[in-house]
Design a protein around this ligand. Sequence first.
Ligand code: ATP
Length: 368
Amino acid sequence: MATLELDSITKTFQDGDEEIVAVDDVSMSIDDGEFLVVVGPSGCGKSTTLRMVAGLETITAGTLSIDDRVVNDVKSQDRDIAMVFQSYALYPHMSVRQNMSFGLEESTDLPDDEINRMVSETGEMLGISNLLDRKPSDLSGGQQQRVALGRAIVRDPEVFLMDEPLSNLDAKLRAEMRTELQRLQNDLGVTTVYVTHDQTEAMTMGDRIAILDGGELQQIATPLECYHEPSNQFVASFLGEPSMNFFDVTLEDDRLVGDEFEYPIDADVRADLGDASDLVLGIRPEAVELVDEAGDHEFETTVDVVEPMGDENTVYLHFDPDAAPEHASVLVATIDGFNRVSEGDTVTARIPEDAIHLFDRSTGEALH
Ligand code: ATP
């Protein structure tokens, strides 16, 4: 097993005259046996980061170490890592058994019967023992995915690198494989870096998640920490569905003044804001409550749309009953499914002060 250290890693590509900075000065340490999920929108540099760790892409600047050994110039096959791709990359002309044993035959002197034993054992672990003599074309997507995993596992590497390995599976299978992968990784205890753009995978699978945007690391922390204590507005908006509500507000004395509401804040909230006065107020939909009482943090709103989801409803509210919906600030609330509200209703929405986030409007940095 191994630790992995990225120290100020940068990758630039030359596209004609233009220099593309795909990964920009990214530093992170991944612990021995840790499951790290790297997540972010398309083009944020996730795959490039992983490919540099794999040795499939050169590193423009910075240092990459595996177990304190600098591996910038170590060939991919000498890094003791195994990679699983979205495309599975199985050899079509080989049987499942051959696909799984090929790497071992190439890179070790193990006798055939030992390799066979290892392949059979891994096959059993993944529930594909009965498929070992088939060709990849005779397997379902989920089965091919297991073979790709088996090929990585059988090599008993120091590090697993996975690039969107579940994205070609249907939703049900993806959910099953999510749990299974976690269990496997836990049992095997192999340091794993897992790239995805799927926030459910990020929230549920990782010991920690690293969130990238524009090639830059935005935050690296446990999923719950990223969710509840986002380091900036990007992270706050990236995690959570429906996404966090944001309102531009200005600090005036001890009040946040928005276009359609005023929101008094406590001295300890005020103290976190320093000199900043142009702010963004953030509140997660599930933190918004529909209540009967009036107060400083309660606002009369009109229901625009109700989306029933079964156990809960997503309701879209707006503050100003006279504003045309397209001009009114929308407040999204997730409420209990038994709470029946209808379009056009007037309801009182509470924005609890202990649940608000405040960001610097110019930098996006979280202040509170
Ligand atoms: P996706 O989720 O869409 O796969 P990603 O987060 O994995 O995206 P990367 O594939 O790492 O993003 O790409 C990061 C940036 O680097 C993008 O702007 C991409 O266009 C650029 N890029 C990646 N590979 C190359 C290359 N070989 N040549 C030029 N630009 C590249």
